[in-house]
Design a protein around this ligand. Structure first.
Ligand code: G5P
Length: 224
């Protein structure tokens, strides 16, 4: 049986985590778990947890660590025996430590994207709420303006992409991510990618994944 592969992708809001994660999941067959997607799912369904997290997500604030670990870790338990990729979790050191107590990650991808690029992308982003499909009016427009390609249903903008929430998200990201990045660097699993275009970054990530997933851990080359 092939060795299980466990990975996470980190980056500020709008850095392309979701876009790249979907390409990784499709190309390499990993199960893909997005913390933002599960949070928004709960909010849309108006569950007890959804009501609790709504104000945090709307204001671009981090949801408390104990809520996040309770949301994400049981989903990983259900995936025992499968390879997976986490998008947006862990975000804080406390979340990383909780995850680390259960699973050793093989790879952490960190995206470094200039602020101006992030601002432009997010103000242009539209989603299909039921499926989580993401569109960008310049980079990845829907076939019919304002409508989901598959269902034809209307697209919406996230409350947390509004300018005030966006600023707060970008400001907090760096401070909170630093100790998490340091942890994964110390474990030798961190790989950072910089640039303004997802399509230019993607071939490097694709090639890294191809190497990592077909190489035994003892053969792996440690780059950062
Ligand atoms: P999320 O959902 O994790 P964010 O804020 O980290 O949200 P976001 O906004 O979903 O991240 P992303 O996934 O990094 O962005 O990027 P993306 O969606 O792929 O791309 C952004 C846009 O740019 C899209 O329109 C895409 O088409 C376009 N794009 C991509 N590449 C390019 C390109 O090369 N060129 C151009 N022109 N466009 C491009 O979290 C949401 C909230 O949930 C809470 C927080 O409140 C958070 O704010 N939360 C947590 N709280 C605590 N702990 C956690 N672990 C949490 N996880 C979520």
């Amino acid at each position: 049986m092939a060795k299980l592969f466990r990975a996470a992708i980190m980056g500020p809001p709008g850095s392309g985590k979701g876009t790249i994660s979907k390409r990784i999941a499709q190309s390499f067959g990993l199960q893909y778990l997005s913390s933002g997607h599960y949070l928004r799912e709960g909010i849309t369904a108006n569950t007890e947890a959804g009501v609790l997290v709504k104000t945090y997500v709307e204001r671009g604030m981090l949801v408390p660590d104990h809520v996040m670990t309770r949301l994400m870790l049981p989903r990983l338990e259900q995936l025992s025996g499968q390879s997976w990729l986490l998008d947006g979790f862990p975000r804080t050191l406390a979340q990383a430590v909780a995850l680390n107590n259960l699973y050793q990650l093989d790879l952490v991808i960190s995206l470094n994207i200039p602020y101006e690029t992030l601002r432009e992308r997010l103000s242009d982003r539209w989603i299909h709420p039921a499926s989580g499909r993401v569109y960008n009016m310049g980079f990845n427009p829907p076939r019919v303006q304002g409508k989901d390609d598959i269902t034809g249903e209307p697209l919406i903008q996230h409350d947390d992409d509004k300018p005030e929430a966006l600023m707060a998200r970008l400001r907090h990201y760096k401070d909170v991510a630093k100790p998490v990045i340091d942890l994964y660097k110390s474990q030798g699993v961190l790989h950072s990618f910089s640039g303004t275009d997802t399509d230019r970054i993607w071939p490097y990530i694709n090639s890294l994944l191809s190497t990592k997933m077909h190489t035994r851990p003892s053969d792996a080359c440690q780059t950062q």
